[in-house]
Design a protein around this ligand. Structure first.
Ligand SMILES: [Zn+2]
Ligand SMILES: [Zn+2]
Length: 299
């Protein structure tokens, strides 16, 4: 069981000298970028948290409207074995609301990351309808990387930036859906990708001897096989290894010898400190640093 916040010790990221961590992160630019972008996303989500529409034309606080939609999405997702995001009709998103969200995102990017001139250019381009924001959202829902690469080429923008913007715009809606689907839907999914957004997880939780994959993008927590590489699908137990790199009990790295990808595992029953909900990935960044040093790969 997790300790409550008054009795819990601090998590590893706080126990370490922050300066040391910063120096290590600087040595690994991939992690630095990941942390910065996570920070931008969480600040942006805080800015738009109060809006019940979440960039759509639906009020997600109105259960009478939302419940039948969620039920229908779950039913279709079960039948088709496809993540809910790929089944969402992009016309539920509202162009004006999305443009407002873009402006909020730009403000956060301006505060956190220098040189967001390209985002301003993007907004101008969007307004002249060379790129339709609903199409951008649709591509983010379907993880359509080809769309982002083609659009990036055409608009002379880095496709990663377009993907980041598209993802930021759909995140609050997908978080709503993840919080509203049934427990049985999440327990019966049994696939490595997230049943809500289709992204690959970086964190898992071990509870009651079961491994739950945790999607830090939409917040879904879903059951999966313990002996499964979420990157390549390897199920050979002899090629699936784990290590406990820290003195603290309850944190480990599961990795696959075939593809060298890893996932961070939080063993809830052995955990000696509390990890706030929603901060599981950021709070365990020390595991990313160790895994990277060992030549392991984060998706
Ligand atoms: Zn997800
Ligand atoms: Zn693998």
């Amino acid at each position: 069981m997790l300790m409550n916040s008054t009795t819990a010790r601090k998590s590893p990221i706080f126990q370490h000298d922050i300066e040391t961590i910063n120096q290590m992160i600087n040595k690994y630019p991939k992690l630095r970028r990941m942390l910065l972008l996570q920070d931008v996303l969480s600040q942006f989500q805080t800015k738009i948290k109060g809006d019940p529409m979440k960039g759509t034309n639906l009020n997600w606080d109105d259960e009478a409207i939302v419940e039948p939609i969620i039920n229908d999405l779950q039913r279709c997702s079960r039948i088709l074995k496809q993540p809910i995001a790929t089944l969402l009709n992009p016309s539920i998103f509202d162009q004006e609301a999305l443009l407002f969200m873009c402006e909020q995102l730009e403000k956060v990017l301006n505060q956190k990351i220098s040189r967001v001139r390209k985002l301003k250019e993007f907004l101008k381009i969007e307004k002249s309808l060379r790129l339709n924001i609903i199409e951008l959202v649709n591509a983010a829902l379907k993880n359509d990387i080809r769309f982002f690469k083609d659009s990036g080429k055409r608009l002379r923008l880095r496709y990663e930036l377009l993907f980041f913007i598209g993802s930021a715009l759909i995140q609050s809606c997908l978080k709503e859906i993840a919080s509203k689907v049934t427990k049985s839907f999440l327990e019966e999914w049994w696939e490595p990708i997230c049943p809500i957004c289709g992204r690959r997880p970086h964190v898992a939780k071990l509870k009651d001897k079961k491994r739950y994959l945790l999607c830090t993008f939409c917040g879904a927590e879903y059951l999966a096989d313990q002996f499964l590489c979420v990157n390549c699908g390897n199920v050979d137990p002899y090629a699936l290894k784990f290590l406990y790199p820290l003195k603290q009990q309850g944190l480990r790295i599961d990795f696959c010898e075939k593809c060298k990808h890893y996932i961070k595992v939080i063993e809830e029953e052995r955990l000696e400190f509390s990890i706030p909900y929603g901060l599981e990935d950021t709070s365990t960044v020390i595991l990313d640093i160790i895994a990277t040093q060992k030549g392991l790969i984060r998706d």
